[in-house]
Structures are given as C-alpha cells and as structure tokens.
Write a new protein. Structure first.
Length: 47
C-alpha cells in the first residue's frame, strides 16, 4: 500500500517573513550535517 501525502505549495508573502530566522538556522545545520562547509546566511538573504 502506498503512503500518499498531500503537499500544499504557497508563494511566500510578507506574513512569512517571521520564519526567515528559522530557515537560516536550518540551512546552516543542514550544511554542517552534510559536511559541505558553512552555509550561514543572514535573514535578509531569505527575505
């Protein structure tokens, strides 16, 4: 049996700016785990 998940894609808007700090943290942590170097970004990069 397949496990089917529904995915909703949303175009980012001003109300999503509050997530930019969390996104930057996730990008940095992911790069560390993969060993691909430092991928630290400022929130303005995401915004």
């Amino acid at each position: 049996m397949k496990n089917i998940q529904k995915v909703q894609i949303t175009v980012a808007a001003k109300e999503h700016l509050k997530y930019s700090g969390q996104i930057c943290q996730i990008i940095e942590e992911s790069a560390k785990v993969r060993g691909t170097g430092i991928a630290k970004r400022e929130t303005s990069y995401i915004e």
